[in-house]
Design a protein around this ligand. Structure first.
Ligand SMILES: [Zn+2]
Length: 253
């Protein structure tokens, strides 16, 4: 039953690669509804965002997010309808807390399609084996430069790739293979440890940073995305004034 939305998301990925940006999304939105609902869709060939017709139920669900509070670190559950991606897995023993959030959000383990690790540090990958065992339908990913340091069956991800409708943003510095993910539709950015929000929004915490110059460049790269919401490994989400706060940070580095 999860097959159709999964395929649609895959197709959306292709369209975004082919067409880029909002046009790709608009075309997919109408075409996907037509396929799914088997209703006449004469407007499929000429997508108009201003269409006054009542909208059909979307088949590519908008993204929502949940924070898995693991104390000093957080993991995130990203949800589209009945499917989910898990970003980071916390320390060892975090799988039950992730399961609780997945169950409350709807998809449960069975709905998890992707497990994305932002980087190789143990507070972000500690429960990866347990999570991938429970989420048996999921593919695990990490940045190529961090991959060999993580003892799990993972696929490499690189800058500009797309997973679950999320744009992969290589953000080296904290570690060489550090990744962030960004949802262009909602502006939600999961920044791992490329950013932190402890006393205030900051870049990668210096004492844990492999390459400070690269880390600063990654902050500037993330600022250019003008995110509406910033989810970090350490500290609470930034949901008000996120883009401005991040730009101010980038300008200060
Ligand atoms: Zn961390």
């Amino acid at each position: 039953m999860g097959l159709v939305p999964h395929l649609l998301i895959e197709r959306r990925s292709l369209l975004r690669v082919a067409g880029g940006g909002a046009v790709g999304f608009a075309i997919l939105g109408t075409a996907a509804c037509g396929d799914d609902a088997a209703e006449p869709t004469e407007d499929a060939a000429s997508p108009t965002e201003e269409s006054p017709e009542p909208t059909e139920e979307p088949t590519v669900e908008p993204l929502s997010w949940e924070r898995v509070d693991l104390g000093f670190v957080a993991a995130y559950v990203l949800v589209r309808g009945e499917e989910a991606a898990v970003v980071d897995t916390g320390v060892e023993g975090s799988a039950p807390a992730i399961a609780t959030v997945l169950d409350d959000a709807g998809p449960g383990w069975a709905g998890v399609r992707h497990v994305v690790l932002t980087h190789k540090h143990p507070d972000h990958i500690g429960s990866t084996s347990a999570v991938l065992t429970e989420a048996s339908g999921a593919t695990g990913y990490a940045g190529e430069a961090d991959l060999t340091a993580i003892d799990a069956d993972l696929q490499p991800l690189g800058d500009g790739e797309e997973v679950f409708g999320l744009q992969v943003v290589a953000t080296p510095g904290h570690t060489a293979g550090h990744l962030s993910v960004f949802d262009p539709d909602t502006g939600v950015l999961v920044a791992g440890d490329a950013l932190a929000n402890q006393a205030q929004l900051s870049g990668s915490i210096p004492q844990f940073t492999e390459d400070e110059a690269a880390a600063a460049e990654s902050v500037r790269k993330l600022a250019a995305l003008t995110p509406s919401t910033i989810l970090v490994g350490h500290g609470p989400p930034v949901t008000d004034g996120a883009a401005d706060a991040l730009q101010a940070l980038a300008d200060s580095l």
